[in-house]
Design a protein around this ligand. Sequence first.
Ligand code: HEM
Length: 126
Amino acid sequence: MSVSIWVNLHVLASLLSLLGFITRGVWMLSESPMLAKKPVKILPHVIDTVLLVTALLAAYIIYWSDGVNPDFITAKIVGLLVYIGLGLVALKLGKTKGVRASAWILAIVVFIYIAAMSVSKSVIFA
Ligand code: HEM
């Protein structure tokens, strides 16, 4: 199977992940009951699993199977872990609204940085 299908799915999942995260952050700040709904709790896990599995598949096919691991791929993995951690603080662990809102904005900044590295295929996207 062509690698482009995994990359396309990966890009789609990453866009849905960001869109879902922004939406849940708005609901968190406005204390919306939407956050407690079952689909709102489950869907992000499904999307993030697709994001990660397609990322690993694409990385294996394009790079790792040739014994190559570019720096920006390592940086993307670290970035994804930071994004997940900040997301947890924003939507679950943060004790005050200020902490949650700050973590939410930082997570979005980290996400944009990861996307910029992805497109430029470089850690500093210069
Ligand atoms: C929030 C996290 C992530 C975002 C927003 C993201 C975003 C993107 C985007 C936009 C592309 C398309 C780039 C282009 O073709 O111009 C892409 C491609 C790709 N991503 Fe990700 N990605 C994320 C996480 C990861 C992780 C953790 C890995 C590695 C395990 C990964 C591996 C790849 C690979 C191998 C490609 C194919 C393009 C290439 O590097 O040659 N991504 N990603």
